[in-house]
Design a protein around this ligand. Structure first.
Ligand code: HEM
Length: 480
């Protein structure tokens, strides 16, 4: 039993208001507002969001304490209204509380859906999609068209997601990108219903209404896809490359001893929740990351040229980049790290929740506190990255062994520890393959005579943080 020692105080933080606590301090860009507050109140800051005690973690050293040293205490997720509606009562991996159910499901996803072997088995699909992308960009280049890079990436990732998860091409009846875009905004929103429960019924932000609509839209897609797969299974259709929904349905129909517990819980809504985890992970994070990288390359022609030379040296006269080329591209790796440092897709990771009372650095943290790790702030901390911290400078990684695998707490775009991203391998493969191909085949410039420093880099806050405006650019075909 934890007993409160009078020497253990709550972490420092600003004075809160009655009822709302500090909700009013979050603003439109909570990662930026919280970063500014942390400069005054320190790396472990205490807030109250409505009635929810909240800890904001803002430095690499502090995040190591929460995500590594005391990872078992902070590996749960808070119950969010959005996750409850959208993930069928939090039945997926992403938002379920820490425990045996989550552990078994996560193990299943890691071994059966996101393993290196499974990812490698889909390399030819990724290649086909990249070839189609290049073909369409060649047409645009020939006509000197301005390309909406954000939209192209969204369509590419939607197509790859369909093929990987559902084993078929994009279904024009559904606009999955629009659905997921809306979903990330409402999942990322600081929802008053989660913080001031007695106001829930009033739906002051209109989020409950939007959640219900999004749930209906998601459900329609998932029901259709699962019905089709079940019909195929009844008809005895055997497929060579099993998509994610196939894997789930066959586990349900013939439970394997390795994933017995998962199979027992695999009702229709659990299948839908797991598929939604995978859609959310695949479709959104990668396109946002690629678009931020391309934005930085367009703002830094020197870096773009240097990457182009590296790619030329490795890929040579081959028209298409192979995934085997990617591990040889060191400068590309630095660019990806640098872009993820400045523009992490999950600026505040996903929220964690403490499972017991604990004292950290002399501060008492209550059980069921919400833990927000300011991933964005950590990437801009001058103590980690020197004074030119806002500069896009991939060379800062020369001779450094800092990577994004979760071992170096100054760079945690995929989180770290038990709740870190299980899709890291798939995500980085897709991002690197597409960026390399775009730079290998085309020269890129900003449209309408815009100079690099005029490019708008505003963010749109949500569970993932894309550019606020679409990235537009003009490709020119480069002769190899
Ligand atoms: C560039 C690509 C990606 C980035 C930057 C990214 C980033 C993240 C981050 C920051 C988290 C939260 C970590 C935390 O709360 O501590 C996360 C969790 C997660 N990601 Fe990703 N992700 C990417 C791609 C993917 C892909 C491709 C998938 C699956 C297809 C995926 C599936 C998940 C899942 C299931 C979780 C929840 C894990 C859990 O709660 O146990 N992600 N990701």
């Amino acid at each position: 039993m934890f007993s409160m020692n009078p020497q253990h105080k709550p972490a420092p933080g600003p004075r809160g208001l009655p009822i709302i606590g500090h909700l009013h301090l979050l603003g439109k860009q909570p990662h930026r507002s919280l970063y500014e507050l942390s400069k005054k109140y320190g790396p472990i800051m205490s807030l109250r969001l409505g009635s929810v005690p909240t800890i904001v973690v803002s430095t690499s050293a502090a995040s190591e304490l929460f995500l590594k040293t005391h990872d078992t205490v902070f590996a749960s997720r808070p119950k969010l209204q959005a996750a409850d509606y959208l993930w069928y009562g939090t039945k997926g991996v992403m938002f379920s509380e820490y425990g045996t159910y989550w552990r078994n499901l996560r193990k299943f996803c890691t071994l059966e859906l996101l393993s290196s072997t499974k990812i490698a088995s889909m390399a030819s699909m990724r290649r086909e999609e990249v070839v189609l992308l290049v073909e369409s960009l060649k047409k645009a280049a020939k006509n000197r068209e301005v390309v909406d890079v954000s939209q192209k990436m969204a369509l590419l990732m939607e197509e790859m997601t369909y093929r990987m998860l559902f084993g078929k091409s994009r279904d024009v009846r559904f606009d999955l990108n629009a659905i997921i875009h809306e979903l990330t905004i409402i999942v990322g929103a600081f929802n008053i219903a989660d913080f001031i429960p007695f106001l829930r019924a009033l739906d002051l932000q209109g989020l409950t209404r939007r959640l219900k609509e999004t749930n209906r839209a998601v459900d329609e897609v998932l029901e259709t896809i699962i019905d089709e797969h079940e019909q195929d299974a009844r008809d005895g259709c055997k497929k060579l490359d099993r998509d994610f929904v196939d894997v789930l349905i066959s586990l349900k129909n013939s439970p394997s001893s390795t994933h017995e517990q998962v199979a027992q819980n695999l009702d229709r809504s659990t299948i839908k929740a797991i598929v939604l985890d995978m859609i959310f992970g695949t479709i959104d994070t990668s396109q946002i990351t690629i678009t931020w990288i391309m934005s930085e390359l367009l703002r830094h022609p020197r870096v773009m040229k240097k990457l182009e030379k590296e790619v030329q040296n490795v890929v040579g006269d081959c028209e298409f980049v192979e995934e085997s080329h990617i591990s040889k591209l060191d400068y590309l790796d630095m660019i990806v790290k640098e872009s993820m440092r400045l523009h992490p897709v999950g600026t505040l990771l996903l929220p964690h929740e403490s499972m017991e009372d604990i004292v950290i650095n002399g501060y008492h943290i209550k059980k069921k506190s919400r833990i927000i790790v300011n991933n964005w702030g950590i990437g801009r901390d001058p103590r980690n990255w020197s004074e030119d911290v806002d500069e896009f400078l991939p060379e800062r990684f020369i001779g450094s062994n800092v990577d994004y695998m979760g071992n170096n707490f100054q760079l945690i775009p995929f989180g770290s520890g038990r709740r870190s991203c299980p899709g890291i391998h798939l995500g980085t493969i897709m991002v690197k393959l597409v960026v390399t191909q775009l730079v290998h085949t085309f020269d890129w410039e900003l449209p309408f005579g815009m100079s690099p420093d005029e490019l708008d880099m505003e963010e749109l806050f949500g569970a993932t943080v894309p550019r606020a405006t679409h990235l537009l650019a003009v490709p020119t075909l480069r002769s190899l």
